[in-house]
Design a protein around this ligand. Structure first.
Ligand SMILES: *Cc1c(COP(=O)(O)O)cnc(C)c1O
Length: 215
C-alpha cells in the first residue's frame, strides 16, 4: 500500500488530532529512495516533492546529479553511515549529512571547504550494532563539533526495533532542545505519526511512499 505525500500528511494530521495535547510543527517528509529507481522517484518530483534521502554515497552519485540538473531545487539528505574516506564526495552530493556520529568524521568534514550542514546521529537506544554517538558522549561531541566550526543544525536517531519508540523520540527531542538546534529527524514508515506528535521536524519515509525496496 504505497502512499503519496498528501496521504502521509493526512496520516500525520489524524494522529495529531487524536493523540497530541498541543499541535506540533508539521514535519517535512524526507522521501528515502535507497534502492529505488528513477521510475519511482520521477513521479514524486513531478508532483512537486523536492526533499529526498539516500543511504549510500555511491548510489546517490549514480542517481542524483542528473536529476538535480533537471530539478535544481532538490534537497538531498544523507541518512546512512558515512565512511570518512567518502566524506569529500558526500559533501559535494548532499545538502545535509544527518549521520555525523564520531570524532574522526567530524575532523574530516571540518577540513573540507564545502562542509554541508550536519545533524548529529545519536544512538538513542544504546544498541551496540547501531551507529550514532553514545548518549553519555553526545554533549561533549556537540561542543567539539562547534569548535571545529561544523554547522550542526539538528539531531537524528533510530529507536530500537520491537519496542515502543516513544521514550526514544522524547529523548531525542530533549537533546535538541538542550542544544538549541532546530531540526529533529526521527520517525520512519512504521512510526512517523508518533514521531510527528513527539516533535519531529523531519520524518524519513521509504517503504510507505515507494513500496518495498528492490534489494
Ligand atoms: C531506509 C531508512 C529509512 C526509511 O525506512 P522505511 O522504513 O522504509 O520508511 C529511514 N531512515 C533511515 C536511516 C533508513 O536507513
Amino acid at each position: 500500500m504505497p502512499q503519496n505525500i498528501p496521504d502521509i500528511y493526512d496520516a500525520i494530521d489524524q494522529a495529531v488530532e487524536r493523540y497530541c495535547l498541543k499541535t506540533p510543527a508539521k514535519p517535512d517528509i524526507i522521501a528515502v529512495s535507497k534502492y529505488q529507481g528513477q521510475d519511482k522517484i520521477l513521479p514524486l518530483l513531478k508532483q512537486g516533492h523536492r526533499l529526498f534521502g539516500e543511504n549510500y554515497v555511491q548510489e546517490a552519485a549514480h542517481k542524483w546529479p542528473e536529476l538535480k540538473k533537471a530539478y535544481p531545487d532538490i534537497k538531498l539528505h544523507l541518512v546512512g553511515p558515512l565512511q570518512s574516506n567518502k566524506a569529500k564526495e558526500a559533501a559535494m552530493l548532499f545538502d545535509v549529512i544527518e549521520t555525523l556520529d564520531r570524532l574522526s568524521l567530524a575532523q574530516k568534514l571540518s577540513q573540507l571547504p564545502n562542509c554541508p550542514e550536519c545533524y548529529i546521529q545519536i544512538n538513542i537506544g544504546e544498541e551496540e550494532q547501531k551507529s550514532g554517538i553514545i548518549i553519555t558522549e553526545a554533549d561533549a561531541f556537540f561542543d567539539y563539533c562547534k569548535t571545529l566550526n561544523i554547522r550542526v543544525t539538528g539531531v537524528m536517531g533510530i529507536p530500537p526495533e520491537k519496542s515502543d519508540p516513544s521514550p526514544y523520540f522524547m529523548l531525542l527531542s530533549e537533546i535538541a532542545k538542550r542544544w538549541n538546534v532546530p531540526h529533529i529527524s526521527m520517525g520512519m514508515s512504521a512510526d512517523f505519526q508518533l514521531a510527528a506528535c513527539l516533535g519531529a521536524t523531519h520524518v524519513r519515509i521509504g517503504t510507505a511512499l515507494f513500496g518495498k525496496r528492490q534489494a
